[in-house]
Design a protein around this ligand. Structure first.
Ligand SMILES: *Cc1c(COP(=O)(O)O)cnc(C)c1O
Length: 357
């Protein structure tokens, strides 16, 4: 069976050495040596000054949103993302205001954001879809002009750089997910990145229930990760460039083999891509369904991602139309892409898809 993804597993002996050290120290969690070390190594890898390691990407989003102040309650967001993006907004008591996406890279359409701004807008939460950068310059301008915060869901952005800077260094706050299915992972995990020093202490405090020792300073949540999770990250991080290289090679085979009828996201200039996903866009849902059926018959399971478009979620107060996102969600498919996927499999998958068109 071939699934859309498969977690990367480091050498088990390397991991066992960390486990031995954890046993030795008896320290399992609460910002232990490996959590701290991972944060340091992530700062080095991403060339950022601060990185707050947390237990998953969703908590990272919630902690980021928790820094917003005042009683404005609207957050402009993208309908084309994983459900956690919208859910974190709702969970924190805000209203998501959907702004449609563009048809080249499927990120939020920056030219449509200003129309959505009201006196109640407090922030923009946009996703770097499949690791492709949003229009960060334009979004920053809008944020400054209206004095609203810009937060990026960079769950896919690890390893992508834009204008020679990690994509995660953009915005007032960026988050990443280190879930097992992501490019870089710690089984479960995530991080928060910001250049705003005033926010760092605040978010670190939120991560640990809002108290330092016996000083209860603010509300908080449990966003801490464990030494066992951090150890996984410390094993994988040194291999990340090799992982990205391998994914690039696989993607290039797809590029070569797949019919040119299929559309792919168009990368912005100045982007050094991380090859986090391999999405293809069909002409219509029928054509997509045919391809999926042919692949499933051969035990190959690509993923309709993202689907549905979030503006259509059944638990929203109202469902507004976002025609581009609706269309993309209906016609996009992410193909298998992971470290151990063989070139024979990639060619075979491409052949099955081409034949189904
Ligand atoms: C995976 C993902 C998340 C959630 O991350 P978790 O670590 O699984 O909580 C949020 N947003 C996007 C776009 C994702 O792909």
């Amino acid at each position: 069976m071939i699934n859309v993804t498969k977690p990367y597993l480091p050498n088990i002996e390397t991991y066992k050495k960390y486990i031995d050290a954890i046993w030795e120290s008896g320290h399992l969690t609460n910002n232990g040596q490996f959590c701290k070390k991972l944060e340091k190594k992530l700062c080095d890898f991403l060339s950022v000054d601060n990185c707050i390691y947390v237990n998953n990407g969703t908590i990272a989003l919630q902690i980021a949103l928790k820094t917003l102040s005042g009683n404005k309650n609207e957050i402009i967001t993208t309908p084309f993302s994983y459900v956690a993006t919208t859910n974190s907004i709702l969970w924190e008591g805000y209203n998501p205001v959907y702004c449609d996406i563009n048809d080249s890279d499927f990120c939020i359409d920056s030219s449509k954001i200003e129309d959505k701004i009201t006196n109640n807008t407090v922030a923009i939460l946009a996703t770097h879809v499949f690791g492709n950068p949003c229009d960060v310059e334009e979004i920053e301008k809008i944020g400054k002009k209206y004095n609203i915060k810009v937060i990026y869901d960079g769950a896919h952005a690890f390893g992508t750089s834009y204008r020679n800077q990690s994509l995660l260094s953009y915005g007032d706050i960026s988050i990443c997910s280190f879930h097992a299915t992501k490019l870089f992972h710690t089984a479960e995990g995530g991080c928060i990145i910001t250049n705003d020093k005033s926010l760092i202490d605040k978010m670190v405090l939120f991560r640990q229930f809002g108290h330092i020792g016996d000083n209860y300073l603010s509300i908080g949540i449990n966003g801490k990760s464990s030494e066992l999770h951090a150890a996984m990250g410390l094993c994988i991080l040194p291999e990340i460039n090799n992982i990205i290289k391998k994914r690039r090679e696989i993607s290039e085979i797809y590029d070569f083999e797949l019919s040119s009828e299929l559309k792919k996201p168009i990368m912005k200039f100045h982007t050094n891509y991380n090859y986090a996903y391999y999405p293809i866009k069909f002409q219509d849902e029928n054509q997509l369904n045919k391809a999926v059926k042919s692949l499933n018959k051969k035990n190959i399971y690509p993923r309709r991602y993202f689907h549905p478009s979030l503006n259509n979620l059944p638990f929203l107060k109202e469902n507004i139309s976002c025609p581009m996102s609706d269309h993309v969600a209906e016609t996009i498919l992410c193909l298998p892409l992971y470290f151990n996927l063989t070139s024979i499999d990639v060619k075979n998958i491409s052949k099955i898809i081409n034949y189904s068109l």
